[in-house]
Write a protein that binds this ligand. Structure first.
Ligand code: GAR
Length: 211
């Protein structure tokens, strides 16, 4: 599905999109630096000038572009992103706490080549308050979902899910921390599966080839 770039020097070129702290970005950087994830992080796209993700990219020598959505139309915003992606010949996009909804046009162009991580077991608790919603509902188990992006919000074909127990007395913060620990393990692993060409999209379903 994705040209896995094995014949190209440097391998797949990844763009990470982030809006906040960027701890998921950091887990991807760490995996590449450890040699567990064989791709090139070619670009950070960030829409928030205060995001710590920008600092993380700078520290690790990763090119970044700040495109503030404020003061731009949705078209202008996406057009600028598109041109940055083209300039750097990006193959794959990983949304990592990117808090903007992308248009169907953009999503269509990147179908099967753009993944997202969400801190709940989808289809439960999509949106920006996943932990708050999970705790309020009283679920005993929550977790994370890594999925291809489609036109719906936190909706596309699911590649990987991992569960995390919800404890009595959990707050958004305590549950969020435990889920993030798992995100940092699984997001780089799933990206490596994609690099290895083991992830196959079949309609709404995703098949993972095992060794
Ligand atoms: C992560 O928990 C990620 O799953 C979530 O934002 C957080 C980003 O943390 N994404 C969503 O809620 C997408 N709907 P980070 O900035 O520390 O990487």
């Amino acid at each position: 599905m994705i040209d896995n770039g094995t014949e190209r020097k440097g391998g797949l070129k990844l763009a990470v999109f982030a809006s906040g702290s960027g701890s998921d970005l950091q887990s991807i950087i760490n995996a590449v630096e450890r040699g567990d994830l064989h791709l090139e992080i070619s670009l950070l796209v960030c829409n928030n000038p205060d995001a710590f993700a920008l600092e993380r990219a700078r520290t690790h020598g990763i090119p970044s572009v700040l495109i503030d959505h404020r003061g731009r139309s949705r078209d202008e915003f996406e057009q600028e992103i598109r041109s940055e992606l083209e300039k750097r010949h990006i193959d794959l996009i990983a949304l990592a706490g990117f808090m903007r909804i992308l248009t169907p046009d953009f999503v269509g162009r990147w179908r099967g080549k753009m993944v997202n991580i969400h801190p709940a077991l989808l289809p439960s608790f999509p949106g920006v308050h996943a932990h708050r919603d999970a705790i309020a509902y009283g679920v005993k188990v929550s977790g994370l979902t890594i999925h291809f992006v489609d036109e719906g919000v936190d909706h596309g074909p699911i590649i990987c899910q991992k569960s995390v127990e919800v404890h009595d007395g959990d707050t958004e913060e305590t549950l969020g921390e435990r889920v993030l620990e798992q995100e940092h393990i699984w997001y780089p692993k799933v990206l490596q599966w994609i690099v290895e060409g083991r992830v196959r999209l079949e309609g709404r379903k995703v098949k993972i080839e095992t060794d």
